[in-house]
Design a protein around this ligand. Structure first.
Ligand SMILES: Cc1ncc(COP(=O)(O)O)c(C=O)c1O
Ligand SMILES: Nc1c(O)cccc1C(=O)C[C@H](N)C(=O)O
Length: 389
């Protein structure tokens, strides 16, 4: 125990990202391991929102639309772009992940004339499957679930919807390999990056990914209900015929013509008026990434999750089993299968160790590299051992 405590203190002292924690509004008595569901608030957000509400909305009133509000979906998209390996002009921020999944799936089917099968990663987060089924009912396509390890695509497969990190187990998949196998079958790939953006390298452009979506309220700390993002590479933008063709995606929205003519750029991914307060909160939250590389974040989250697994092995032992891969094919969370997982998580939260429960029996602990500490990992494992004793 003492050697784990010493190691935790040494690791925190040597952590090159340790100084990022002071950018967040965190309570030091709480061990927060749920940043993979709702990221912690960067201090800059409250300050910026004060300015947005009092000055931009308050003093500038409707003039603010022409002073940065209207173009915020693309501008904030360009701030997310380096975090997912995308060149500028290919990401638009707005709507929810679910809505963006809908846009991208329908657009993919419209691009894939003669093919009408949607294949969904069988371990997917539920909303992806629900949206795929609804798209299928709407378009006459079919949906098939398949494991990402053995996709078995055919000449009818139009699009594969894949999650880079499995939300339940924390397993991470190889974007390059899956993308290449989907392309080899002549299909398009749509990646859900909710559990990887801000935690893992993604390299969308380098791997020739066709579409991606992701949420910004987890590792990007955009706040509850922060708008999601949609990536469409430049090469596919002219043929991206998305179904929610609202006026914000029009080539000249204020021309107010009766016919829809899509923007030639990524703005065609927009639908209605952007949620400016949430979008600008996200903009402020992204300041914490200044000077931080995804490579540093990845190195730390592998080390932190690895240290947590070591603490669990040593202090909790066989009372839980580690579901997350022990090798580097894991995201930034550790999932433990445990009997009575739901009341166990409630007991942890009552002791100020906050993770979450996912059915049927999983305790999830998410590690955000910008504010997570090795001493927190040890305290979580120690508290879990106490709860299970
Ligand atoms: C992998 C994944 N996809 C989609 C979603 C849902 O996103 P939204 O609520 O923005 O539609 C989540 C989380 O809620 C998720 O974890
Ligand atoms: N989006 C959420 C919400 O509005 C409330 C509670 C949790 C969430 C989540 O993000 C859940 C998360 N996607 C998961 O991996 O389980």
């Amino acid at each position: 125990m003492s050697s784990l405590a010493e190691r935790a203190r040494e690791l925190d002292a040597a952590d090159p990202l340790a100084s990022c924690r002071k950018l967040f509004d965190l309570d030091d008595s709480v061990v927060y391991l749920d940043g993979n569901s709702l990221g912690a608030p960067p201090l800059s957000v409250a300050e910026r929102m004060q300015d947005v509400v009092r000055n931009q909305w308050g003093r500038r009133l409707i003039r603010s639309w022409g002073e940065g509000w209207w173009t915020a979906p693309e501008r904030v998209g360009d701030r997310i772009a380096p975090l997912v390996g995308a060149a500028p002009g290919q990401i638009v921020v707005g709507d929810s992940t679910s809505a963006n999944l809908f846009k991208a799936l329908v657009a993919a089917l419209r691009m894939s004339k003669g093919r009408n099968e949607i294949v969904v990663d069988s371990a997917t987060f539920p909303t992806d499957g629900y949206i795929a089924s609804s798209v299928a009912r709407l378009t006459g396509a079919t949906v098939r679930a398949a494991p990402l390890d053995s996709l078995e695509l055919n000449a009818n497969t139009a699009v594969v919807l894949a999650n880079q990190v499995d939300y339940r187990t924390g397993r991470a998949y190889d974007v390059a390999a899956v993308t290449a196998s989907v392309h080899a079958a002549g299909a398009l790939v749509l990646w859900d990056l909710c559990h990887s953006v801000g935690a893992l390298p993604v390299d969308l452009d380098a791997h020739g990914v066709d579409f991606a979506v992701g949420c910004t309220y987890k590792f990007l700390n955009g706040g509850p209900g922060a708008p999601a993002f949609l990536y469409v590479p430049t090469r596919l933008q002219a043929s991206f015929d998305q179904p929610l063709a609202g006026w914000n995606g029009h080539r000249v929205p204020f021309a107010m013509t009766p016919d829809f003519e899509p923007s030639p750029e990524i703005a065609r991914g927009r639908c209605g008026t952007p949620d400016i307060l949430s979008l600008l909160a996200l903009d402020a939250a992204l300041d914490v990434w200044d000077g931080v590389t995804i490579a540093d974040v990845r190195a730390k989250n592998l080390a932190l999750t690895g240290f947590f697994i070591e603490c669990v092995d040593s202090l909790v032992g066989s009372r839980v089993s580690v579901v997350t891969p022990r090798d580097s094919s894991r995201g930034s969370q550790v999932s433990l299968a445990c009997e009575d997982a739901s009341p166990v998580m409630e007991a942890l939260i009552a002791r100020d160790v906050i993770g979450d429960f996912r059915p049927p029996n999983v305790l999830r602990f998410g590690f955000a590299a910008l504010y997570g500490r090795y001493t927190d990992a040890l305290r979580a494992a120690t508290t879990l051992a106490d709860v299970l004793a």
